[in-house]
Design a protein around this ligand. Structure first.
Ligand code: HEC
Length: 186
């Protein structure tokens, strides 16, 4: 057998085994997206009006304890200054020379925070928090910038009424379109 053919054969065998290895590995990843429970996890969008918010409630005082255990490792003990996004502070900075987008300085609707935490946080255990815990965490994050009181319960009724500092800072990209569209966006 010529050297060239030998080299080609060895190359082919190597490639083949790598691709088999890769296929086997990928087959073990993920789950089929056909379960009803998974659809239920996706159909959870909460609107700015508060529609779809679940029952439950919590205070900033309760949220502080949870945050220290479940969030501070990535977001910092005070919600800022660690490897993950800063969540609090910098309110009013958007028009300064050093704008910083945190939840409290930038986000438009308070209800988005509940929706986001429920779906995605903590990153290593999404959907692991109870509704009471999520309300408490939202209350804690808002309270860090005095957007919500310390000892009042944040719940289905009170969460949509929280006014975010940058609520009026968003502009319509297409002002001629019905402004109602913007009001309805999460
Ligand atoms: C293991 C690390 C980790 C933990 C623990 C964690 N987070 Fe996060 N968090 C992240 C990362 C990374 C991002 C940025 C994700 C992205 O931009 O896609 C993030 C983003 C966020 C955001 C959106 C911030 C923004 O401005 O976009 C919120 C809100 C949030 N986390 C809340 C929480 C809360 C509340 C907890 C505790 C229950 C928590 N996180 C726990 C890593 C973590």
């Amino acid at each position: 057998m010529s050297m060239l053919i030998k080299t080609l054969l060895i190359g082919f065998c190597l490639l083949h085994s790598v691709s088999c290895f890769a296929q086997d590995n990928y087959q073990k990843l993920g789950k089929k997206a056909d379960g009803l429970s998974q659809q239920a996890q996706w159909n959870l969008t909460i609107l700015p009006s508060g529609d779809n918010l679940p029952k439950g409630g919590g205070t900033a005082v309760q949220g502080a304890k949870l945050f220290a255990v479940k969030c501070a490792g990535c977001h910092g003990p005070e919600g800022i200054g660690a490897s993950a996004e800063p969540l609090v502070g910098e309110v009013g900075s958007l028009t300064s020379d050093y704008p910083e987008k945190t939840v409290n300085s930038y986000w438009r609707n308070p209800t988005t925070l509940f929706d986001y935490i429920r779906r995605a946080m903590p990153t290593n255990a999404p959907f692991s928090l109870t509704h009471d815990e999520i309300y408490a965490l939202c209350a804690y994050i808002f309270n860090k910038d005095d957007i919500f009181l310390n000892n009042v319960e944040l719940n289905q009724e009170t969460l949509p009424k929280v006014t975010m500092p940058n609520h009026s800072g968003f502009v319509a990209i297409y002002p001629s379109q019905n402004q109602q569209n913007i009001k309805d966006q999460p």
